[in-house]
Structure formats: C-alpha cells, structure tokens
Design a protein around this ligand. Structure first.
Ligand code: GUN
Length: 309
C-alpha cells in the first residue's frame, strides 16, 4: 500500500506546494515504450500496426489534434492513414468508409474524430466501428467490457488519468476518488477504471448537492467538466492528488488567450499533494494511450501476445 499523503500544518493546509505531475515526460516515456514494442512486433512477426483517423469538416482544433495523432503514429513506427472528408459528407458515405476500414487488413485501429457535423448521428458512426479496432474505446462492446471488468480497448484520456494518479500515489487501493463530470468519454470510464484500481468512487455532476464538500472527501479528484478554473483550492483535501482533464481557452491581457484547466491551479496547488498542470498534464497522455491501444489492437487482431506496459 502506498497512499502518499503530505504532512499538514495545524490549520490543515499543506505545508508545501504540490508536486507537479509531469504528464509530458510520462507520455514521452510511454510513447517510447510503444515504439520499442512496435519495433519488436515488426522484427519478430512482420506486423506493422496501422491507425486510420477520419475527420469530417474543417474545425481547426480537430485538424490540429488529427495532425498530431498522425505525427505520433508515424513516430512510433506505425502506419498512419488519414481520411479528411468535406463537411457535406453524408452519414451513408461515412458509414461506407468505416465499413471499408473494418475489413482493411492494414488497419488495426479506427478513430473517427469528434465532434462530427450536426447532420451525422455520431452514435451510429461510433457503433459501426469494429470493436476490435475501436481504439477510442467508445463502442458499447468496449464500454460494456470495461463495466464488467473484462479486457478490451478503453478510452484514452481516462486511462491516461489513471496512469498519472498511479505515478503520484503508486497503489490507489482504498483511496477515495471523487470525479467531477459524468461524460461517456471521460467521467464514466474514469470511474470504472478507478473502481478496478480498488478506489472508492464518487461520481459527481451538475446536480450534485454541495459539490465543494463532496470534492473535499477525495484523496484523488478528477475534474472533467469543461468549466475554466471551477474547482477551487478550498475544494481540495490537503495532500490530495488532483487530475485536471479540462482544456479551456480564456481571455488574456495580451489578447492571445490562455489555456487553463477545470481547476484553479494556483489555489489547488497550495493544498494538494500532487497536481497535473494544463497544458502538459493529461493532454499528452491521450495520444500516448491511443498509440498503446493501437499496438494492443494490432496484437489482438494478429493473435500475438502483447507486451505489458
Ligand atoms: N475529440 C476530442 N477528443 C477526442 C477523442 O479522444 N477521440 C475522438 N474520436 N474524438 C475526440
């Protein structure tokens, strides 16, 4: 057991500032482990994992993410297939592409970048992805496997959150994890993953009564609400591990805007034992976990035992 709780002063405040969890460094380490495993997969079995990323329309932020996914996929020695479709693409055309990728033997992972244009039913597209290639872990098959504790492909950001919490606390057994936000992409899967780590889990949302008091129960607090700096320092139990999933651009004096998380970083860092920064915390872990999922999907599809990392 290794719940590391910081010493507190008589006031209950942490006597020193939180340890900053370096998501950038942890993600770089994970990416290099994936690259090494991919290189052995190629050498030993002649298999090159392939990831297909589909983007519809021209949302600039989504294009930035997709470029980055392609760059890191190639960087890890995998094949990257990018499908950039115009905003007018019909749902039938998109489903047709997904069906082709499902049967393409060079493709082991399929990621359809969200959000999709309003005329397309996102759920219909996600559910059309072969669960074996669902590297986002968004299909009902993989969500169900996660819920009943079976192996599968699980959402990248939640897996990254758990890795960061483990880097700070080692064993999460017995910790009370308070998650703020109940989305299918982050809140719900992170709750399931933390349950598997033997945490006691509280999943909060917009209707939770007295959210600050509930948050203060958390040895681990995961903030995933999409509201800039909503979680204040006095919501945090002294010594807690704070994982901030938010990425919000707010106005800054220079007019360029500034990225902040869902946590008031300065306030929370005075109380927490450890905390992820924004940027450089959870963000880089998402792509690293996507590379890991693609490697694992390729191993499962090709019938090779994956390396464990
Ligand atoms: N859009 C923003 N984040 C994600 C993600 O993790 N997966 C997909 N498919 N789209 C996203």
């Amino acid at each position: 057991m290794g719940l590391k709780v910081r010493p507190t002063g008589r006031s209950g405040e942490s006597m020193s500032d939180a340890k900053i969890i370096d998501g950038k460094a942890i993600a770089a380490e994970l990416r290099s482990r994936v690259a090494e495993a991919v290189s052995r997969l190629k050498e030993t079995h002649g298999i090159t994992p392939g990831l297909a990323v589909v983007i519809v329309g021209d949302d600039p932020a989504s294009h930035v993410y997709v470029r980055s996914k392609g760059k890191h996929t190639r960087g890890a020695g995998k094949a990257s297939f990018e499908h950039k479709l115009p905003a007018e693409t019909s749902q039938a055309e998109l489903l047709d592409l997904v069906a082709k990728l499902n049967t393409d033997s060079a493709v082991h992972g399929i990621l359809v970048q969200l959000p999709l244009p309003g005329h397309i039913d996102e759920n219909a597209v996600i559910q059309a992805i072969d669960p074996a290639k669902d590297v986002d872990g968004f299909t009902t098959v993989n969500a169900g496997k996660l819920a009943i504790g079976q192996p599968g492909l699980f959402p990248c950001t939640p897996v990254g959150c758990v890795m960061l919490a483990r880097s700070a606390l080692d064993d999460l057994t017995g910790a009370h994890a308070v998650i703020i936000g109940r989305s299918n992409i982050v809140g719900k899967p992170v709750a399931q993953l933390l349950l598997q780590e033997n945490c006691t889990v509280t999943l909060c949302h917009s209707r939770t009564r007295d959210l600050p008091s509930v948050a203060r129960l958390g040895d681990i607090v995961v903030a995933a609400v999409g509201r800039p700096e909503m979680v204040k320092g006095d919501w945090i139990k002294p010594g807690a591990c704070v994982i901030d999933v938010g990425i919000n651009r707010i106005e800054s004096d220079d007019g360029k805007g500034r990225l902040v998380g869902d946590v008031d970083f300065a306030g929370a860092a005075r109380v927490a034992g450890s905390i992820t920064p924004v940027p450089g915390g959870v963000g880089p872990m998402t792509i690293a976990c996507l590379l890991r999922n693609t490697y694992r999907a390729a191993c499962a599809i090709e019938g090779v035992e994956p390396e464990d990392f």
